[in-house]
Design a protein around this ligand. Sequence first.
Ligand code: ADP
Length: 937
Amino acid sequence: MMNWNLLNNLLFTGNYIPHGHCYLWQRELVALHIVSDSIIALAYYSIPLSLIYFLTQGKDLPFRNIFWLFAAFIISCGTTHIMEVWTLWHPVYWVSGSLKMITAAISAYTAFALIPLVPQALTLVSPTQLGMIDRILQQEIIERRKTEARYHTLTEASPMGIFYTDAVGDCLSVNEHWCQISGMASDEALGKGWLQGIHPDDRQRVFAEWYSAAQQKLPFTSEYRFQGNRTQISWVCGQAVGQIGENGEVNYVGTITDITERKQVEEENRLLNETLEHRVAERIAQMEISHHPLPQEIAYRERIAIALLELTQLQNAILNSAHYTIISTDPDGTIKTFNRAAQQLLGYSPEEVVGKVTPAIIHDPLEVGKRAEVLSQELGVKIEPGMEVFFALPRRGIADENEWTYIRKDGSRFPVQLSVTGLFDSNGNITGFLGIGQDISDAVAAATQRKQAEKELRDLTSAMQNAVEGISRLDIEGRYVNVNRAYAHRCGYEPEEMLGMEWQLTVHPGDVEMLICAYQEMLTSGKVEVEARGVRKNGSFFYKQITMVKACDAQGIFNGHHCFMKDITERKLTETALQESEFKYRQIVELAEEGIWVIDSNTLTTYVNHAMARMLGYSELEMFGRSLFDFMDEQEKQQAIDNVDRRKQGVSEKHEFKFKTKEGKDIWTYLSTSPVLDELGNMLSCCALVYNITYRKEAEQQMLQLTEDLKRSNEELEQFAYVASHDLQEPLRAVTSYTQLLAERYQGNLDAKADKYINYIVDGATRMQQLINDLLAYSRLGTRGQQFDMADCNAAVKQSLCNLQIAIAEKKAVITCDAMPTVMADESQLVQLFQNLIANGIKFCREDIPLIQIAARRQEGEWLFCVRDNGIGIDPEYADRIFIIFQRLHSRREYSGTGIGLAMCKRIVERHGGRIWVESQEGKGATFYFTIPIISS
Ligand code: ADP
């Protein structure tokens, strides 16, 4: 019932609109959908057909289930397209939806089932790989076939019988030769058949041997007989080795070689031997019977034979083992034996020399000739150079022993001690000669060496005695056993005096302990070098450098030491002096207040003392290695570079220089620098003494500033005085003129008081005019002064006297003047100077006649002038005051004047670079001195 309802629901079309309605039943569009869906469906249905056919054909196809799933999935896809066509007219959308649902389920399941298969599918061998594997297999098959063919050919062509068996000895195959040798057909040999072909006597043994070899996995080898189906027996040598087959099974491959002939020969030999032995035995038996007394004779002869044999063996042994060349000759000198040592030493084989005459081969003809002469003299018989040289003495029963030179086959030579003796028979006849030669190369070389060594020793001893260096030899107790002249003389002794002396006596007591230590060191190291103080015979000491060398005897046993001594007193004293001087120098340099700075040719600091480092605010270490230029401003650097260049040219200089301290402050220094040059004139280093002049420099600066200020203020003052006095002149002149006019016109017309007042005004105005004139004159001294030139002081004095002639005349003054010099000066001012001083001398006189002396004296760099009077004199208390402008010691009533005269004198003298002063006592006259520097024109 439920199924029926479900079917009804599915086929329910109800009010659904057929799909074609959506296409508005447009014929082309409907046809397009029908055709395309139908083709898709057909295509979908055809694919499963191919798949199913493929599945049924390929039985071992992997992943069969997934192929079935693909088929179901594709069929359901096709069906959904059929439903697309069907629903164009019949809106059974429940059916088409359900079909789509089924398709969806199958496709989803297929997709999920496919996922785990992907890695497996990837491991499948690709067709390309399959192709490669196939090719390799093909190649292998071809190779195997070739090998097999070669093997077969080899087997058949082999002259040996070849067989194969399995592990238990069952024959698998045999070749043609095997059949020929064994006398069996190949099929008869198969299995255990081959054993039957073996001779019954050997069968058991062969089987046992085979079994044993197989058990122990050893190759099988044995000699045995085959009889096969024949009467003829063939001997074979059978061999077999195991082989591991492709499947791991063990097979044997073996060969049999026909050895029948060899076996026959062996058998014949054996038979022959047996026959011989038999015959000998028979013969001996016969001899024993027929010669009964012979055994004694035989025994005697045997003993002699044995003795002879032993002798011959001994002789051979001697000949062959001797280190001497042993050559025997017949009486004519033809060589008969030539032993092994002779062969080795002379390089000839016996075949080359036996039968030849000896001297011609191995002797130097010249040597033989000389010997012949000597022998001829000795024997008084003419001996011809040849064999007779060697045989003359032996022939007379005397062995000839001499040194000879042998010549080898290769032409090289060596010395021999050759002893030639004659060989005599029982009748005393010479049967030959025997020459035994000993190679004395080593002995000769050793003798030469010994002679050389002896000579060297003699030279050495002589050299040692005459050596400039002190050389001595001490024994194990430390006593001198040999002392050369130099050594002894240095110690103040003669060599003989020192022999047996203990070394401590020649050494300063203070150094003994150190030398014992050095001696100990020498014992271990073999050699030691030390410096010590030596003591002379007279007790004075000297410095010496000692080299102690351990000495041993010929057996290498320590037996004292050699001592080599060098007098180093001079060097030592120089060193000490140097050290002291260096110490002093260091002290001075280190403690110096001045800075000391050394730079190398690259301006790098190699040394600064403490004062220098402190001056710049660094430590010595901070400055070390730094460039000179690191301690100054950029502006100073160029000047420093120029300075260094001049140092490099060897110029030493003193100059001021500004450095920069570590804190960045400027510091003024005064440098005295000098370069150190090598012999080629290249600067190695440059050393500077550095004074800190910062304070002086600052004071100078201040002074300059002050001087500048003072100058300016003076100039301003002068200007002011000049302007004031000049500008005051005009109104003052007016006041003076009108006051004089007033006095002239109204003098006497007014009352006495008025007259008195008018006089005061006139006097005051005149006085003021005088003061202003004086001030103007004073100020003009600075501003209107003339250029200096050579001025004759005689003329200046003369002019001043001329100007003062009225006053001189009035006072009847007496004026004397010594010869005056010519000086560098402003002449008009000189006139003024003399005039003021002379005028004062006249003015400040006492009642008597004024006497004035003018003189000049040359002194260090200047002229000293003096103007002396006999006037009222000056209290020394006012000696300075009188030179100040307008300062006077007297009232105008006592002495006229404004007090400008001496101020002007002072100014004039100072303008000329001189000084002015007065020496006086009140009432005792006054002497005015002034100086003018000597300046050449
Ligand atoms: P003045 O002559 O106008 O007084 P000076 O400057 O020449 O001015 O002299 C200053 C003062 O020095 C004088 O007033 C006088 O007191 C003193 N004096 C100058 N010369 C002499 C002299 N030769 N003897 C004594 N006193 C002198």
